[in-house]
Ligand binder design. Structure first.
Ligand code: SF4
Length: 171
């Protein structure tokens, strides 16, 4: 789920523009989240893939990115909620189903998953990924202690479409 030529409408990597409308805690969590994303990208900088978008065809691969709440919050704050795709692909794919339209804000799983066509060093940075995942969990639990695990992207998406997402809940 990597490709240097993919859409980058969300801004540069590490873009620190506010996501607007959030509490101080949310803004702090999103800032930390971007730091985690930058570190994941740095760890995978020596790697590349054909960027075919095939791994974003979620119904075909039967494999989805799992997002902690701040990851979904970042997407929801900075991008319009797209409709589901008829082909079961990630709703954030472009119309042709090849390019990610939220590339700068794509979830951690999209930054660290590669299929067998990955090119680069013999070993992937598994230790760094584990460390960053622990940090990601901590950031999320500070913001939403009741969420004890990440959720599939399509799960967050369906909940948001139904209007029952955490942001819609009464305080
Ligand atoms: S957010 Fe969706 S389209 Fe973008 S890289 Fe992840 S799975 Fe692919």
């Amino acid at each position: 789920m990597r490709g240097r030529d993919w859409d980058d409408e969300g801004g540069e990597e590490g873009d620190e523009r506010p996501s607007s409308g959030g509490t101080h805690e949310e803004e702090r969590a999103l800032k930390e989240l971007r730091t985690v994303y930058r570190q994941a990208d740095a760890a995978y900088a020596p790697f590349s893939c054909p960027a075919s978008g095939e791994c974003c065809q979620l119904a075909k691969t039967r494999r989805q990115p799992w997002l902690w709440w701040p990851e979904w919050l970042l997407l929801a704050r900075r991008h319009p909620l797209p409709p589901p795709r008829k082909d079961g692909g990630c709703p954030y794919l472009d119309a042709e189903g090849r390019r990610c339209t939220v590339y700068a804000d794509r979830p951690f799983g999209c930054r660290t998953f590669f299929c067998e066509r990955i090119r680069g060093p013999a070993r992937q940075p598994a230790d760094t990924v584990t460390t960053l995942l622990v940090r990601l969990e901590r950031i999320s639990q500070r913001l939403m202690p009741t969420l004890t695990g990440p959720r599939e992207l399509l799960d967050w998406h369906a909940e948001a479409l139904s209007g029952n997402g955490p942001e819609e809940e009464e305080p």
